[in-house]
Design a protein around this ligand. Structure first.
Ligand code: GLN
Length: 248
């Protein structure tokens, strides 16, 4: 049995898109395989470890992001960079994704610093990009469909050091222009998809758990297959919803 240690950043401020649902999925999928999850919450002012197996940064409204951005840059960025260099997984969703990049200029023009874990920069537009999203993601060399919901004003542009996390098949993605969604550098992933992200995307959840277990144990860990019938039913329903709307 192994324990995966997750550091959940700002659960009080960055939590508006059922972010705890992502943590719950990670916990259950580990427990079903005889492993366990331990979660350390880190709030404003808290120092964080630089060797957690995974870091989670959720979504927030601009006013929540303004509250945490300075603290993230001042008290947590260095540890996060060391962790990422050491193979820890970082999953940053929506507002958290924007702050994992170089920064975010919000709707009122406030510039929030980012921590540059991802080569991405975000500026709010005058409209919000809202709706169901379907993207194609490379999971261990296999193209996998990932579904979710997006609701953001930010338009994100990627630099050369991060690849897009996915390719948009339906929805807006990073900026509604270039067909990219999210960003990935090594094991650091940023994405606009929430709702939350992991319950309807079990293959993605297992990719993250595989990485985290590898970090925890020092070597590859085979994950026993699970019965994902319900999860995949929800996944297919999300795809059907956008397909039906498109043909209506
Ligand atoms: N406040 C940010 C935006 O509107 C992020 C929103 C979010 O986390 N969903 O772009």
């Amino acid at each position: 049995m192994s324990t995966v240690r997750v550091c959940h950043l700002y659960p009080n401020e960055l939590n508006i898109y059922a972010d705890r649902g992502n943590i719950a999925v990670l916990r259950r999928r580990l427990e079903w395989r005889g492993h366990e999850l331990s979660v350390v919450d880190a709030e404003i002012g808290d120092q964080i470890p630089d060797d957690a197996d995974m870091y989670y940064l959720g979504g927030g409204q601009d006013r929540d992001q303004i509250i945490v951005a300075g603290d993230l840059a001042q008290t947590k960025a260095e540890a996060l960079h060391r962790a990422a260099a050491g193979g820890s997984v970082v999953l940053a969703v929506c507002g958290g994704y924007q702050l994992a990049g170089h920064g975010y200029t919000g709707v009122d023009g406030t510039r929030m610093p980012g921590i540059g874990l991802l080569d991405a920069d975000t500026v709010a537009g005058t409209t919000r990009l809202i709706g169901d999203v379907v993207i194609s993601v490379d999971v261990g060399g296999t193209p996998v469909t990932v579904v979710g919901f997006e609701n953001h004003a930010g338009r994100t542009t990627l630099g050369g050091a991060s690849a897009p996390f996915g390719t948009v098949r339906h929805g807006h993605g990073n900026n509604d222009i270039d067909g990219t969604e999210g960003a990935i550098t090594g094991r650091v992933i940023g994405t606009y998809l929430h709702g939350p992200l992991l319950p309807k995307n079990p293959q993605l959840a297992d990719m993250l758990l595989g990485w985290a277990l590898e970090h925890a144990t020092g070597g590859p860990v085979a994950l026993a297959p699970l019965d994902d019938a319900l999860e995949m039913q929800a996944h297919r329903a999300a795809i059907a919803r956008v397909t039906e709307r498109r043909s209506a």
